[in-house]
Design a protein around this ligand. Structure first.
Ligand SMILES: *[C@@H]1O[C@H](CO)[C@@H](O)[C@H](O)[C@H]1NC(C)=O
Ligand SMILES: *[C@@H]1O[C@H](CO)[C@@H](O)[C@H](O)[C@H]1NC(C)=O
Ligand SMILES: *[C@@H]1O[C@H](CO)[C@@H](O)[C@H](O)[C@H]1NC(C)=O
Ligand SMILES: *[C@@H]1O[C@H](CO)[C@@H](O)[C@H](O)[C@H]1NC(C)=O
Ligand SMILES: *[C@@H]1O[C@H](CO)[C@@H](O)[C@H](O)[C@H]1NC(C)=O
Ligand SMILES: *[C@@H]1O[C@H](CO)[C@@H](O)[C@H](O)[C@H]1NC(C)=O
Ligand SMILES: *[C@@H]1O[C@H](CO)[C@@H](O)[C@H](O)[C@H]1NC(C)=O
Ligand SMILES: *[C@@H]1O[C@H](CO)[C@@H](O)[C@H](O)[C@H]1NC(C)=O
Ligand SMILES: *[C@@H]1O[C@H](CO)[C@@H](O)[C@H](O)[C@H]1NC(C)=O
Ligand SMILES: *[C@@H]1O[C@H](CO)[C@@H](O)[C@H](O)[C@H]1NC(C)=O
Ligand SMILES: *[C@@H]1O[C@H](CO)[C@@H](O)[C@H](O)[C@H]1NC(C)=O
Ligand SMILES: *[C@@H]1O[C@H](CO)[C@@H](O)[C@H](O)[C@H]1NC(C)=O
Length: 487
């Protein structure tokens, strides 16, 4: 019985009685739970015995009220199934069961609001009960990695109650489904380790602005997908392992990630030009880019960086660093405005756009035709197309192109045919010469209100950034509509 209840005993007899009852009841409960735990373990841990008070057992700690606050059974070669009432040790702060062969379902630990450290990794648990993560409001460390016998489970949204979470490790633990968009609930989260699972879908938006330092999402069975644009606002990142997934789109500008030392992006579907800002990241030590569809010049990292860029396949224009051929450079700028679609990156190999590049036709080594009709492209028409000065025909029809037709297209000397039909273009139509065969049907908003141009305000700051990029004629991103004009 505790000191404070003894004091209260002196003041009020009634309260004294009820507190005595409560106190002895919970203590007895803890002892009962501990003896159930002891009975479940095989072999018996050294220093544990039914004939002594559990608070005296080796690696068990209690508070002044004889309530169990920590149990430490790390690496003891124990097996058994944990008792279902383990969660009634309500004063538990730390539970370390890692490195054993525990099997069977995990008991519910819901509402253990004092629990800070929970180590369950390297075991053979079979399932996580519904509501397991509910009410773990003090949780700081949660280790579940290397539990390959677990029934498939998703990271549940109820984990948001663990607002002090710093480390979440669940690699090789049968995690499936999408990552829930809950990471703004964990302002202290530093390490998120989820390698070797079967997580699918995109990186959640709430990664943006988070303080995550170590992010392991490598080797997902079916693969995470979508772009990794959100990394550019994860400014605390140190180590990012995204290899062996299905990510697409270009490598974003990571120049704000000044602590990033290890970036593993190999074996994905990344496209586009490796940004110069990556090569000059101050802390970068390790980077892997192999086996993607990266385009443009072969990246040249400083000698302080260990790279795995030169073997494995990519779609760089040359095998040595340095600028690409000028027509290739122009086409890559055109592709950038479309979010560097994989269809282009797969086919556009080498440094000569006139050697069997899909959708391109040439005459005397000059590009004369670009045919992007019906490719499902999303994005904008790059003004750089006008730099293809020998271009005669340009088919952009039946895509989902937005924003306006660049005025530069009206300056192309040889352009005879421009088909932009069936897109979602807006703005004024450039003043084309009358001989141009121009088809713009199926763009209900195009040319409706020439002269009355107003930029649409974007709601998210992320979109604002994209817009700024566009003002610098950097083009759009796959899957995102460009800025458009309203009358
Ligand atoms: C467990 O108890 C033993 C004996 O008191 C001690 O040597 C050991 O460090 C403890 N282990 C942990 C992980 O606390
Ligand atoms: C438990 O064993 C693992 C694997 O051998 C080891 O890495 C870890 O440091 C050990 N943990 C403790 C607390 O002894
Ligand atoms: C945890 O607390 C919540 C809210 O008080 C309650 O709804 C839920 O049943 C509790 N869960 C357990 C397992 O005690
Ligand atoms: C991975 O999850 C998908 C469902 O998203 C499922 O169809 C597939 O069988 C799983 N793969 C493995 C190897 O478990
Ligand atoms: C990272 O780079 C260091 C040298 O800078 C190298 O020793 C280490 O093996 C690399 N690690 C990986 C995972 O590539
Ligand atoms: C890339 O090179 C490294 C060492 O230079 C080698 O270990 C690795 O197997 C190579 N990968 C491929 C895909 O060729
Ligand atoms: C396209 O032409 C413009 C103006 O001549 C020039 O500033 C720009 O660098 C060119 N872009 C490419 C990709 O050649
Ligand atoms: C352009 O591509 C479309 C779709 O592949 C094809 O149907 C059409 O014939 C092509 N047009 C020209 C002029 O080559
Ligand atoms: C344009 O996007 C819409 C909605 O995403 C889609 O249903 C439609 O098929 C797309 N159109 C073309 C031509 O790709
Ligand atoms: C075309 O753009 C307008 C906004 O300008 C949008 O409301 C509409 O859904 C888009 N249509 C398609 C088919 O994407
Ligand atoms: C313009 O494009 C539409 C839709 O692709 C097509 O039906 C129509 O025949 C074209 N008009 C001309 C004059 O080629
Ligand atoms: C980009 O253009 C939009 C629309 O004209 C404008 O509102 C915005 O201020 C521009 N941003 C920059 C950074 O110039």
């Amino acid at each position: 019985m505790g000191y404070s209840s003894t004091l209260l005993c002196l003041s009020t007899f009634i309260i004294c009685l009820s507190l005595l009852a409560l106190s002895s009841l919970t203590t007895a409960d803890d002892a009962a739970v501990m003896s159930k735990l002891l009975a479940a373990l095989s072999p018996t841990p050294s220093g544990w015995s039914t004939s002594t008070d559990p608070c005296k057992w080796e690696n068990v700690t209690c508070d002044g009220n004889n309530r169990v606050t920590s149990i430490d059974l790390v690496n003891k070669s124990l097996s058994g199934t944990l008792p279902s009432n383990l969660g009634s040790l309500t004063q538990l702060k730390s539970l370390s069961l890692q490195g054993n062969s525990f099997s069977g379902p995990l008991p519910s630990l819901a509402n253990l609001s004092s629990l800070q450290q929970l180590y369950l990794d390297n075991n053979k648990f079979s399932s996580i009960p519904d509501g397991f993560f509910q009410g773990l409001t003090s949780l700081h460390t949660l280790f579940l990695s290397e539990n390959t016998n677990l029934a498939p489970w998703i990271i549940p949204t109820e984990l948001t109650q663990a607002t002090s979470l710093v480390r979440l490790y669940a690699s090789n633990a049968n995690v499936v489904g999408f990552l829930p968009d809950i990471f703004d609930s964990f302002p202290s989260l530093e390490n998120l380790l989820l390698s070797f699972n079967n997580i699918t879908g995109p990186l959640p938006k709430s990664f943006g602005g988070s303080g995550i330092k170590i992010l392991w999402l490598d080797y997902q069975k079916n693969g995470l997908s979508g772009t990794i644009d959100v990394l550019s606002s994860m400014t605390q990142l140190k180590q990012v392992w995204l290899h062996e997934n299905q990510f697409t789109g270009p490598i974003p500008d990571l120049s704000k990630c000044t602590s990033l030392f290890d970036l593993q992006l190999r074996d994905n579907q990344f496209t586009g030009i490796v940004p110069d800002s990556l090569m000059s990241l101050p802390s970068l030590k390790n980077v892997s880019l192999a086996n993607n569809k990266l385009q443009g010049p072969l990246p040249a990292f400083p000698s302080t960086v260990t790279t795995v860029t030169n073997n494995g396949t990519n779609s760089y224009c040359k095998t040595t660093p340095g600028p690409c051929d000028s027509q290739v450079t122009i086409l890559l700028e055109v592709a950038e405005a479309l979010g560097y679609p994989i269809k282009l990156a797969s086919s556009w190999q080498g440094n000569d756009a006139c050697v069997s590049w899909s959708f391109i036709a040439c005459d005397s080594q000059k590009i004369t035709s670009v045919n992007f009709s019906k490719l499902g492209f999303v994005g904008t028409i790059s003004p750089a197309i006008a730099n293809l000065t020998s271009l005669r025909t340009l088919y952009l029809n039946d895509n989902n192109l937005t924003s306006s037709i660049p005025d530069s297209l009206a300056t192309m000397p040889d352009l005879q045919l421009l088909d932009v039909s069936n897109n979602n273009l807006t703005g004024a139509i450039p003043k084309f010469k009358s001989t141009l065969k121009f088809n713009a049907t199926g763009n209900p908003l195009l040319g409706k209100t020439p002269g009355m141009i107003a930029a649409v305000t974007f709601r998210e700051s992320e979109e604002g950034k994209r817009q700024d990029e566009r003002n610098n004629s950097k083009g759009g991103q796959l899957g995102k509509p460009g800025p458009f004009y309203l009358g």
